[in-house]
Design a protein around this ligand. Structure first.
Ligand code: PHE
Length: 336
């Protein structure tokens, strides 16, 4: 019996050496320790062993069983380790990593952040309003009569329920005054929509930066000072600006603001509309509020509206407004 145990031990060592996969190890386990395995069958013969030899044979058998268990486990771990090593055999840790593409802020948003920061420095806070507007907020309250061309179906996107995609951010002026008593000092950036023919300088959706300042003694000088401060923050101290008389229903007097920046171009470029808030606008606000908080006899104000896309084109030297919405990484990454 002891002889058999010895042979079995040698045989196991040989079997183990020639087993190099987890499946063959499992087969070995079954062959030696399974229900019909060598060790199991041998154990069953213990009853035929003379009593005086039982302890020796028994312990030799137990030892072999334990050795087999240990060896199988060890070999399994070795096989797994080898497999892992093979997997990384071709890995060269000295190679540079894969480039990790990172996004960046869109030029319009970058510019807006700068503009907001500039206006914050002189006490303006942020306001916003819906892009789907009522005719009241977009036109009526802004002293824009029903026959005004901006209200034409050919110029404006109307919804079936009579609301519309706001044609300018000036509608936010009305909302801010409806909700807050004076004094007011806000800017309201956001998209506006017009049925424009799309070309190098026009899109059906563009971006405006509205401003409104209302108080007891707000003057045209305040408007000019504010605009000049803003333009110098954006374009540098050498920027030139002129106020060209214009007409808007909701401001009186009204102006268009042109700028000329020696570094960029000798041409004057139109950048914004502005003016002193029309008394009729204050009256419309008083009517809808049901009080006299915005009585035009005691209160004045100025408003302005910049074309943000225009501003971006001028500041960044972008020749075609459509580039801003094409999502072409070759274009966008220049501003990252
Ligand atoms: N809302 C005007 C436009 O879109 C701009 C403007 C704003 C003019 C505020 C005067 C005051 O053209």
């Amino acid at each position: 019996m002891q002889e058999i145990i010895h042979q079995l031990s040698d045989q196991f060592k040989a079997d183990l050496n020639s087993s190099n996969t987890t499946e063959s190890i499992e087969n070995l386990r079954i062959r030696y320790l399974g229900k019909q395995g060598h060790i199991t069958l041998l154990s069953q013969q213990m009853r035929n062993v003379p009593p005086d030899q039982k302890p020796i044979i028994g312990s030799a058998l137990n030892q072999l069983r334990q050795t087999i268990l240990d060896q199988l486990q060890l070999k399994t771990i070795q096989i797994q380790k080898a497999a892992e090593a093979a997997r990384y055999a071709n890995f060269d840790p000295s190679l540079p990593g894969y480039p990790f593409p990172h996004g960046s802020i869109h030029p319009i948003s970058q510019l807006l952040a700068r503009a907001v920061a500039a206006f914050r420095r002189i006490g303006f806070s942020l306001a916003s309003g819906p892009e789907i507007e009522t005719e009241f907020h977009c036109f009526d309250a802004l002293n824009t009569p029903p026959d005004h061309p901006a209200r034409n179906e050919l110029d404006t996107f109307y919804l079936p329920d009579g609301r519309l995609l706001r044609t300018h951010t000036s509608s936010v002026q009305i909302r801010v005054m409806q909700q807050n008593p004076p004094p007011i000092r806000v800017i309201a950036p956001g998209p506006a929509y017009r049925r424009d023919e799309i070309d190098a300088t026009h899109l059906a959706q563009f971006h405006q930066l509205e401003g409104l300042c209302v108080g007891p003694d707000v003057s045209l000088a305040d408007l000019k000072g504010t605009i000049l401060f803003f333009l110098r923050e954006m374009f540098g101290p050498s920027v030139q600006c002129r106020f060209r008389p214009h007409y808007f229903p909701f401001t009186e007097p009204s102006f268009e603001i042109d700028i000329r920046s020696p570094q960029i171009s000798e041409e004057w470029m139109e950048l914004a509309g502005c003016g002193m808030v029309h008394p009729a606008v204050f009256e419309a606000v008083c009517n809808s509020r049901g009080d006299r908080a915005y009585d035009p006899d005691t209160i004045t104000g100025f408003a302005f509206g910049f074309g943000l896309d225009r501003l971006a084109m001028n500041l960044l030297g972008i020749p075609d407004i459509r580039m801003l919405i094409e999502n072409d990484l070759r274009f966008l990454s220049q501003f990252s």
